[in-house]
Design a protein. Structure first.
Length: 131
């Protein structure tokens, strides 16, 4: 009987210690997971904030570039159609102009506005020359 009690006591003690360590491990795992989630959420907020700021800059650049191009009498002539599209990564000139010189001028004007506004986007001049 003493042997049975001793075995039962050992088993109960082992279970109690095992459960204690398991609970302690679960606590640590939960804390680690909480920190990972908090860090991930913080990174998402930063990414969203940066994307929003970049889109704000892109939205601001489009009318500035259009205005600068329209202000140039040569580019604002019949036969030219220049559209400006902006994203957080790219400023695109699309449409058509009547000469290679006008295509280059439109690109130069757009680049100047981008430089003045410290834009980080890339300029893509997709204007087509139509005579």
């Amino acid at each position: 009987m003493n042997k049975t009690i001793l075995i039962l006591t050992s088993c109960l003690l082992g279970l109690t210690l095992g459960c204690s360590k398991t609970a302690e491990g679960m606590k640590k795992d939960n804390e680690s997971a909480r920190q990972d989630v908090a860090s991930g959420a913080s990174n998402m907020v930063d990414d969203a904030s940066n994307a929003s700021a970049n889109m704000g800059v892109a939205a601001m650049l489009t009318p500035k570039i259009k205005l600068a191009i329209t202000a140039d009498k040569t580019l604002n002539a019949d036969g030219n159609l220049i559209n400006v599209d902006s994203t957080s990564e790219l400023i695109t000139l699309q449409g058509h102009v009547t000469s290679e010189k006008m295509k280059a001028l439109a690109g130069e004007i757009a680049q100047k506005v981008m430089t003045e506004n410290e834009a980080k986007q890339t300029l893509m001049n997709q204007l087509v020359v139509q005579m």
